[in-house]
Every structure is written in structure tokens, then in C-alpha cells.
Design a protein around this ligand. Structure first.
Ligand code: SF4
Ligand code: SF4
Ligand code: FES
Length: 256
């Protein structure tokens, strides 16, 4: 390990900015957030970086390290041995200052999603497979790294058309709950823009919680939308039976 790390940190605000080079004494086990704190304490006290837990739990410290969406508190400097490490704010969201972005659009999207509507009062029994399926989505820490990497959302105009992978996981959490009685399929087919996703799996690759967003949320939700709107036999059966229909409840999750 060399004696020091070299970082290029984006400094600026919504009016513009540029990368500024800093040198930090190398320490074993140092993560990118440690290096940024060293810069704050010794060279640039006005450097803005958001963090809370420093334990990969709160989701606050998302940024782009050498072009990849990462948690700054979980990304080790020695993963980039011998390289200059570029640290930039998440491109999908408007910059407030330096590495801090305004992620409030996500909270507006969250309000558009109907909450769980239990068909009977708690307590109720669930099969273990149903509990496991929903539990995977519960692991989300709302870091929004998946939203940052999604090519639909990185083009900011796409935010008018698609809720993004974090919210496909949120909708799947509700839709796959066996006691849920709400119908979010029309929302998925229209306002939430599920058809904008072309299943590149980039979101799954960056998720620090290893949630299989594409395999276990997006693809099953796409199947439900297709069943509802495009399967002629199921459409006919639902019309004959006079039921709203709930296709696809038994999609099998992909294990981590
Ligand atoms: S799989 Fe879909 S949601 Fe995930 S990054 Fe690709 S386009 Fe976006
Ligand atoms: S799904 Fe994963 S990447 Fe997306 S916000 Fe949740 S924890 Fe972060
Ligand atoms: S500081 Fe909480 S996730 Fe990084």
C-alpha cells in the first residue's frame, strides 16, 4: 500500500463545479468516507458530504466513486489501490452542495403508492415463503443508489415517466403480501411507468442490500401487468367470473 491516497472530489453547487485534487495519508481499512473526513478536518472544512451511521445502515452517504454508485462508508480505499479515486455526487438528483444531492423527488414518488390494505385484521398467518419474499424488500435502506444507476432516471426527463427500481421493490413488497387487497396493477401499467424498464439489472448490481430488484420485483410485476392487460384467456375468464383477478401471486423469488 502506498503512503497516501489521491482523491478528486467534485466541489460545487447547482450553478456548476469541478473536481479538486486532495492527498490523504493512507491507513489500513480506510473507507472513502474516512478519506473525505480527513479532507474536511485538515484541508477543506467546508466540504459537504452527508452521512449518519457509518455502518451501511442509514442510506445517507450515496455518491459515485470512479463512476459507480456506492455507499461512501462501505467502499474501501484499497479497492482502488494505485488509482486516483474520483468522488462525485449522484447524477440522477440535483446537487445541493459538493457531494450532497436533493433526493426529495423520491419522497414525492413514495406518496403516490397506495399502502398495504389488509383484507382482514391482524394477526394473520403467513406461509414462510410469503414472509421471505416480502422480507427481502424490507432490507431496503433507501440509499437510492439503484435510482442513481437507472438509465431511465439518469436522464432527468425520465423521472416524469418512471418511478424507478426502488419503488418497483416497494410496490412488489405490497403486491406480494398475501393479505393485501389493494390493486396497484393499473398504477404500474400507467403512472409508475414499469414498461420503461428494460431489465438491464444495473439496479440489482449496485444495491448494497443485495435485493434482487429485477428478478424478484420488476420481472414478476411485469408478468402481472401482462396477465392483466395482454393475456386474452385470463381477460376472458375474469370477465366471465366478474372478478378483478390477482394473477401471478405465486411467482417464485430468486434466492440470494
Ligand atoms: S433493470 Fe430497469 S429499473 Fe433496473 S436499472 Fe435497468 S432500466 Fe432501471
Ligand atoms: S433497493 Fe437497494 S439500492 Fe435501491 S434504495 Fe433500496 S437498498 Fe438502496
Ligand atoms: S453513513 Fe449510513 S449508510 Fe453510509
Amino acid at each position: 500500500m502506498s503512503d497516501e491516497f489521491t482523491l478528486k472530489v467534485w466541489r460545487g453547487d447547482k450553478s456548476g463545479g469541478q473536481e479538486v485534487e486532495y492527498h490523504v495519508p493512507a491507513e489500513t481499512g480506510m473507507v472513502v468516507l474516512d478519506a473525505l473526513h480527513h479532507i474536511q478536518h485538515n484541508q477543506a472544512p467546508d466540504l459537504a458530504v452527508r452521512w449518519n451511521c457509518k455502518a451501511a445502515h442509514c442510506g445517507s452517504c450515496g455518491a459515485e466513486v470512479n463512476g459507480q454508485p456506492k455507499l461512501l462508508c462501505k467502499t474501501r480505499m484499497d479497492d482502488y489501490a494505485g488509482e486516483t479515486v474520483s468522488v462525485r455526487p449522484m447524477q440522477t438528483f440535483p446537487v445541493i452542495k459538493d457531494l450532497v444531492t436533493d433526493v426529495s423527488w423520491n419522497y414525492q414518488v413514495a406518496k403516490e403508492i397506495p399502502l398495504l390494505e389488509p383484507t382482514s385484521p391482524a394477526p394473520f398467518k403467513m406461509q414462510q415463503i410469503d414472509a421471505d419474499r416480502v422480507q427481502e424488500f424490507h432490507r431496503c435502506i433507501e440509499c437510492f443508489l439503484c435510482q442513481d444507476t437507472c438509465h431511465v432516471l439518469r436522464n432527468h426527463e425520465g423521472q416524469q415517466k418512471y418511478f424507478g427500481p426502488r419503488f418497483m421493490a416497494k410496490i412488489a413488497e405490497f403486491e406480494m403480501h398475501p393479505m393485501d387487497g389493494e390493486d396497484r396493477i393499473p398504477l404500474l401499467a400507467h403512472q409508475a411507468g414499469l414498461n420503461m424498464c428494460n431489465v438491464t439489472k444495473c439496479c440489482t448490481e449496485v444495491c448494497p442490500q443485495h435485493i434482487r430488484i429485477t428478478d424478484n420485483a420488476i420481472i414478476p410485476l411485469k408478468e402481472r401487468v401482462a396477465d392483466r392487460y395482454y393475456d386474452p384467456i385470463k381477460i376472458l375468464l375474469r370477465r366471465l367470473g366478474g372478478k378483478k383477478g390477482e394473477p401471478g401471486k405465486a411467482n417464485t423469488p430468486v434466492a440470494n
